[in-house]
Structures are given as structure tokens and as C-alpha cells.
Design a protein around this ligand. Structure first.
Ligand SMILES: [Zn+2]
Length: 62
């Protein structure tokens, strides 16, 4: 299942790549869709809803 998402500004297909996400002053790398032209990052709804928090918690628990 592949989903194609286009940048609304540039009308180009966004590509999956490493992006530095910031949560509570700590940075960590995630793979997200990014516009190769303007660098806009697409944030999936599940990530915006707090899945990022769970990811970070899982890392801290170790
Ligand atoms: Zn763009």
C-alpha cells in the first residue's frame, strides 16, 4: 500500500526521508514524507495525535 502525497505549494511528490523531530526539547530522527523542493514535512495524523510521544517513552524506558 503506497500513498502518494504532494506538496501543496510546489505540486511535487513528497519523498520519505530522515527528518529531525523535536519533542520536549529533545531531538530524534524519524522517517517522514518531505518535499524535495521547499523542505515542507508532512506530519501524519497519527503522529500529530501523540504517537511521537509513545515512541519517545519507549526509548526512555530502556
Ligand atoms: Zn514544496
Amino acid at each position: 500500500m503506497s500513498q502518494q502525497i504532494q506538496c501543496l505549494k510546489c505540486n511535487v511528490e513528497m519523498k520519505l526521508g530522515p527528518v529531525e523531530a523535536t519533542y520536549l526539547n529533545s531531538k530524534f530522527p524519524v522517517q517522514l514524507l518531505k518535499c524535495p523542493k521547499c523542505g515542507l514535512v508532512y506530519i501524519p495524523e497519527e503522529l500529530a495525535r501523540g504517537k511521537m510521544l509513545e515512541v519517545e517513552k519507549a526509548l526512555e524506558d530502556k
